[in-house]
Design a binder for this molecule. Structure first.
Ligand SMILES: [Zn+2]
Length: 242
C-alpha cells in the first residue's frame, strides 16, 4: 500500500468523527431544551392539579357550612311547631322541615362523594409529586452532562482540526487535493476503502479483472474506483497453512 494512503485513512477517520461530532453538538442543545421544557410542563401540570384539589376541597367545606345552616333552621322550626295554632300552620311547618331534611340528605351525599374523589386525587397527586421531583433531579443531571459533553466536544473539534491540518500538510499536494475533492463529494462517508472479493468496499462495484490484476501486481500505486471515484487499497489474503 502507498505510504500516503495511511495518512489519508487517518484523515478519513478524523473527518468522519468531526462529522459525527458536528451533528451531535448541533442536536445536543435541542435535546436539552426539549427535556427542560417537558420537565417544566410537568411541574406546571402538578401545580394546576394541586390548585384544583384545593378548589374542590373548598367547595366541600362550603357544602358542610350549608348543611349546618339547614340543620340549625330545622331545629328552630321543630321548636316553633309547638306554637302552631292551626292545622294549616302545622302542615306548613312540617312541609318546611321535610324539605330541609331532603336537602340536607342531598348535601351529605355530595360531601361524601366529594371526599372519596379528594382522597383518590390526593393519592394520585402524592405519586405525581414524587415522580415530578425525581424527574426534576434527573433533568438537572442530564442538563449538566449535556453541557459537559458539549464543552468536551468543542475541545475535541479543536484538537481534530489541528491533527487534520498537520496530516494534510504532510501529504504531497496532489494527494491533499485529491482528498479534498473526494471529501467534498462524500461529506460523511469514507473516501478510502478496501477491495473485498474483487469489489469496491463502499459502492460494491465489481472491479474489471484487468484493473484488479494490476492492483495485485502493483500494489504501491494509486487506484480509484471507476464507479464512485474513492481511493482503493487491496490487502492480499494471508495464506492459511492447512
Ligand atoms: Zn466504488
Amino acid at each position: 500500500m502507498l505510504p500516503e494512503l495511511s495518512s489519508i485513512a487517518k484523515l478519513d477517520e478524523l473527518d468522519a468523527e468531526v462529522h459525527r461530532l458536528h451533528s451531535r453538538l448541533a442536536e445536543l442543545p435541542k435535546l436539552a431544551a426539549a427535556r427542560k421544557k417537558a420537565s417544566e410542563e410537568r411541574r406546571k401540570h402538578l401545580t394546576a392539579e394541586q390548585g384544583r384539589l384545593q378548589a374542590l376541597d373548598k367547595e366541600r367545606k362550603q357544602w358542610e357550612v350549608g348543611i349546618q345552616v339547614r340543620q340549625d333552621k330545622a331545629a328552630k322550626l321543630k321548636k316553633q311547631i309547638e306554637q302552631a295554632s292551626t292545622e294549616a300552620q302545622l302542615a306548613a311547618f312540617q312541609k318546611e322541615i321535610e324539605y330541609l331534611r331532603v336537602e340536607i340528605g342531598k348535601d351529605e351525599d355530595r360531601v361524601l362523594a366529594r371526599m372519596e374523589e379528594l382522597e383518590a386525587l390526593e393519592t394520585a397527586l402524592r405519586a405525581e409529586q414524587s415522580a415530578t421531583e425525581r424527574d426534576a433531579r434527573e433533568t438537572a443531571d442530564l442538563l449538566r452532562s449535556a453541557e459537559a459533553e458539549y464543552k468536551e466536544g468543542q475541545e475535541r473539534l479543536k484538537a481534530d482540526a489541528a491533527s487534520r491540518q498537520s496530516l494534510l500538510e504532510q501529504l504531497p499536494r496532489e494527494y491533499a487535493s485529491l482528498y479534498d475533492r473526494l471529501r467534498k463529494k462524500y461529506k460523511s462517508g469514507p473516501v478510502i476503502t478496501e477491495v473485498t472479493e474483487g469489489s469496491c468496499g463502499v459502492c460494491q462495484m465489481v472491479l474489471r479483472p484487468a484493473f484488479f490484476q494490476q492492483m495485485k501486481m502493483e500494489p504501491d500505486a494509486l487506484y480509484l474506483c471507476e464507479e464512485c471515484g474513492r481511493i482503493l487499497h487491496y490487502n492480499a489474503p494471508i495464506p492459511v497453512r492447512g
